[in-house]
Each structure stands twice: as structure tokens, then as C-alpha cells.
Design a protein. Structure first.
Length: 268
């Protein structure tokens, strides 16, 4: 069903509370029985909120721990320009619709575009933590136990070969086998094992493995905090990630101290 020009005009007046009482009563009756009109009103009401002249309103209803980056974005020149362009497009589209009596399909096209913008911004918001994780989940800084001559173990040599080849399942089995057979407390083996668990989405196991690094007597114990923070970032648990990063920043000799400071400024 194509909405008539009269219904569109009444809907616009309804959205700005500009209907007389008789018009309002008749419009509400039509609204309750006309699904397409109800959709039109609902979408326009949402657009009027999101693209109001005051602010991007849905930010106010977001989780407090996750809004700071998004609020910063909305205050940026890029976001302000985007909002202005959408507002201009909406006004022009409304003028065209009223003057030419074009069917409301064109208006719905604009609304679909505007709704898509909100969706994209939402995805930006939701994926922010994932983007941070992806920026730091490089394992190239892990020390090679083969090159350092740290161990003389065929199991560990094969495990590292598989790890470098990103055969994390194969590496995981070999590291587990080595630790079980030798009862070793080698910190680097635990780090490699924990990362294979992380890559295999065995996140709880990874956290437990990195706890063993933290509880060790190794000078590299603080690496456990960093890798636990990465686990929490991967699963979008910002509060626990922040807690791990704060443990790192208590001592500037801790592993990834500067990176932890930078991440905290992004997450808090």
C-alpha cells in the first residue's frame, strides 16, 4: 500500500505534535490499523531523535564503560559533517516529497540509508574493542626457544614449527604433551601454550595458563598480565582488561608498560 499525501502530511504533523484534537483522534485510529503508516511513523520518530539538532541521542543510552570513544567520534569534524549532510538530505527530500507529491517509496529509500548509517556507527562502536585486540595480537615478539638454544627437545622444536605455521591445534597438543611429561615450569612454554589456547578460543584455559606465568618466579611474570588483557579484549570484557592493564602500569619495568598506558587511555 502506498501512503497518500494527506496521510504523510498528517504523520509529519503528528511527529511534531501539531495535530488538532479531532485530527489526532482520527489519525490514531488510522495508525492502529495501518501497519505501513505505523512503520513510517516509527522510522521517522527514530530519525528525528538520531538526527536532531542537539546531539546523537542514542549515545546517552549506551553502556557507560563503552561510550567514551563513540562520544569522541561524534564530536569529531567527520561525524559533525556526516550529521549535517544527513540533515540537509532529509530536509531536501521532505521538500521534494511535499512539492511533487512523489510516492513515499523515495522517502523510505532515504530512511533506509539513514538507518544504515546508524547501523554502521553501531558496528564501529561494537567492534572498537575487537579492533584494539587485532592491533596487538601479534606473536612475533615471543622469544624463539629454538634459536636461543633454550631447550633440547624435539617436542618443543616441532611445537614451535607448528606455531609459526599457525597450526595452533597441533602446537597446542605438543606443548601440552611436553608440560605433562616433563612437569616443566618453563615460562615461555606456558606463554606459547596460552596463546595457542587463545587462538583456539579456549579462553578460560588461556587465562588459567597465563595465571601460571604470573605466579611463577620468572622475571617475565608480568607478561602474564599483558596476555590476560588480550584475552579479555578478545571477548570484549573491557573491565577485566582494564584491571590487568592497571597491574602492568604499577611498575614501569613491567612488560608492555607503555602499551598498557596507551590502551588504558583508549579504554577508560
Amino acid at each position: 500500500m502506498i501512503l497518500s499525501e494527506n496521510l504523510l502530511l498528517l504523520a509529519d504533523k503528528y511527529l511534531v505534535n501539531n495535530l488538532t484534537e479531532p485530527e489526532l483522534s482520527a489519525f490514531l485510529l488510522e495508525l492502529n490499523s495501518n501497519a505501513e503508516l505505523a512503520d513510517y511513523v516509527a522510522i521517522n520518530k527514530e530519525m528525528s531523535i538520531q538526527f536532531s539538532d542537539t546531539d546523537w541521542q542514542f549515545v546517552e543510552h549506551s553502556d557507560a564503560n563503552q561510550t567514551k570513544d563513540l562520544q569522541t567520534y561524534f564530536k569529531s569534524d567527520e561525524a559533525i559533517a556526516l550529521k549535517s549532510a544527513l540533515n540537509d538530505a532529509a530536509k531536501k527530500h521532505k521538500t521534494i516529497s511535499e512539492s511533487s507529491k512523489a510516492n513515499n517509496g523515495r522517502l523510505f529509500s532515504f530512511l533506509a540509508i539513514a538507518a544504515s548509517v546508524i547501523l554502521l556507527v553501531g558496528l564501529f562502536f561494537l567492534n572498537r574493542t575487537s579492533d584494539i585486540y587485532d592491533s596487538y595480537n601479534s606473536w612475533t615478539e615471543l622469544p624463539s626457544m629454538i634459536e636461543r638454544g633454550e631447550v633440547k627437545s624435539a617436542i618443543l622444536e616441532n611445537a614451535e614449527i607448528k606455531f609459526v605455521a599457525k597450526d595452533f591445534a597441533g602446537a597446542n597438543k605438543l606443548y601440552t604433551t611436553y608440560l605433562t611429561e616433563t612437569k616443566s615450569n618453563n615460562t615461555n612454554v606456558f606463554l606459547y601454550l596460552g596463546i595457542t589456547q587463545l587462538e583456539l578460543n579456549q579462553n578460560k584455559n588461556a587465562l588459567a595458563t597465563f595465571d601460571k606465568v604470573i605466579d611463577s618466579d620468572s622475571i617475565d611474570f608480568s607478561k602474564g598480565y599483558w596476555y590476560k588483557a588480550l584475552v579479555y579484549l578478545k571477548v570484549k570484557d573491557n573491565s577485566n582488561a582494564i584491571a590487568q592493564l592497571k597491574l602492568i602500569t604499577k611498575d614501569n619495568s613491567n612488560y608492555k608498560y607503555n602499551e598498557a598506558l596507551k590502551l588504558l587511555s583508549q579504554l577508560e
